[in-house]
Design a protein around this ligand. Structure first.
Ligand code: AMO
Length: 436
């Protein structure tokens, strides 16, 4: 209901606005989209019509017989949805050198007064934009972000398949912690206590012990109480796990993966990168031990941290090595979860990858020896009994293995140089936000 347009016919005849650039003067087009803006000039009305591919000026003159486009353009509200049938016309004044002269225009869906500024450089603050995210998504720069994020997702899958890995699905309801005891969202599971998955860590390890190379795009939930510009309570991770590997093997996979993703974005999203105003570079890679990083950042006057890098130290690495994935390995075992292999001397096979001053990935060589696993669980105050099937999985022929998890949103925000992680989540979940 709401319009008498035959959408089956329309979809056969539709022209997307970006394709108008290639059409000759006088060609008939049928368009549909949103009213970005209207302007009146004497007996002429201009309407900027936008669809998902671009925008075009529609120009109507008063008094054209059999066509009420002029009157509709006089009263139609911004972001209303309209159908236009008309002819392409070359025009020096129109943006892009083409305009459309309507023969017929229909209002498909009327927009009420807009609660946020939907112009290209919106003055509305992020929290309010997120309250009206569905409308914020009408904006070109916002659409550009999510088109790029979609490319990043596709590129990850493409890289992983060419790397010989199998995509896997894992449970999102778990019976015990996978990343340590804190930060868990509790759920009721019949008469049992359950949790929303913190990661697919234990499952991807168990799978790699038979299928060798596995990957997943996996949603994780973390009950972190602090609201920061780089944490979400619901985030998406790119997970990878490989058998017969140590941390150096999978760090190399990660560097090639990120480079592949960025090259693909540069190739496929040139238009979107221009809209956001981002110039991308394929990152270099650098390998440093935790001890060397500590010496370096402290020599530059920044606080480092003993078992984990401080935010300040990550920022410092970003300043010192821009456009570089810095792999920080030989990480102190105290700062890593129970499933990371100890190396002796208080060190481990764990690593973090820092890019543009922020952690994008952690990973490492895993423990595939049940006795070490039990010991590390106990040291962290966890009960091995809660991890019985996971520990048992390493008793029947488990190869050494390694892997990593990379935050989709962290990667996207850093590639695009955005300051708040919520910018790259369609419908973010943080401590204060459960809708829309
Ligand atoms: P970790 O907890 O370090 O490791 O997470 C891996 C990566 O996921 C992203 N990330 C987040 N992004 C936004 N908000 C959050 N709350 C959040 N938490 C994590 C980050 C981070 O580097 N199982 C291990 C990975 C592994 O060893 O394979 C894990 O989850 O980019």
């Amino acid at each position: 209901m709401g319009s008498d347009l035959d959408f089956r016919e329309f979809n056969k005849n539709r022209t997307y606005i970006a394709d108008i650039l290639n059409l000759k003067d006088g060609v008939e087009v049928e368009l549909a989209g949103w009213v970005y803006d209207t302007r009146a000039l004497g007996k002429i009305r201009f309407l900027m019509l936008r669809d998902i591919t671009g925008a075009v000026q529609v120009t109507a003159v008063k008094g054209k017989a059999g066509d009420d486009s002029f009157d509709l353009m006089d009263r139609v509200s911004r972001e209303s949805v309209v159908y236009v049938k008309g002819k392409v016309k070359d025009s020096n004044q129109a943006p892009g050198g083409k305009e459309v002269v309507p023969d017929e225009m229909k209002l498909i869906s009327k927009a009420d007064d807009l609660p946020i500024d939907v112009s290209e450089y919106s003055k509305t603050e992020l929290p309010k934009r997120l309250d009206y995210r569905f409308l914020d998504l009408h904006r070109r720069p916002v659409q550009a972000i999510f088109k790029i994020e979609s490319t990043i997702l596709q590129a990850f899958r493409e890289f992983m398949v060419s790397n010989g890995a199998m995509e896997a699905q894992f449970p999102s309801i778990i019976g015990s912690s996978s990343e340590g005891g804190t930060e868990l969202f509790e759920a009721k599971y019949f008469e049992k206590k359950a949790f929303l998955s913190q990661s697919c860590q234990l499952y991807k390890q168990m799978l790699a012990c038979s299928m060798e190379k596995v990957f997943a795009v996996f949603t994780v939930w973390r009950a972190e109480k602090h609201n920061t510009v780089r944490h979400l309570n619901e985030a998406r991770q790119f997970d990878y796990e490989q058998a017969f590997a140590d941390e150096f093997v999978v760090m190399d996979v990660l560097s090639r993966c990120v480079q592949f993703i960025i090259k693909k974005v540069m190739k496929e999203n040139a238009k979107e990168l221009e809209i956001i105003g981002v110039k991308l570079r394929v990152p270099k890679t650098k390998y440093m031990t935790f001890a060397d990083v500590k010496n370096l950042v402290e020599s530059k006057g920044a606080h480092c941290g003993e078992d984990d890098l401080s935010t300040e130290a990550e920022k410092k690495l970003g300043e010192l090595f821009p456009d570089t994935i810095v792999f920080v390995h030989d990480w102190p075992i105290k700062g890593k979860p129970f499933y990371i292999m100890p190396k002796g001397d208080g060190l481990s096979g764990g690593f973090d990858a820092i890019y543009q001053g922020m952690e994008i990935t952690s990973g490492g060589q895993r423990v595939h020896i049940p006795e070490i696993l039990e010991k590390q669980l106990k040291e962290r105050g966890l009960d091995p009994a809660d991890f019985k099937s996971y520990i048992d999985s390493f008793r029947y022929g488990a190869p050494p293995h390694a892997g990593w998890g990379m935050g989709l949103e962290r990667l996207t925000m850093l590639i695009l140089g955005l300051q708040n992680i919520r910018e790259v989540v369609l419908f973010p979940r943080d401590k204060d936000r459960l809708t829309p």
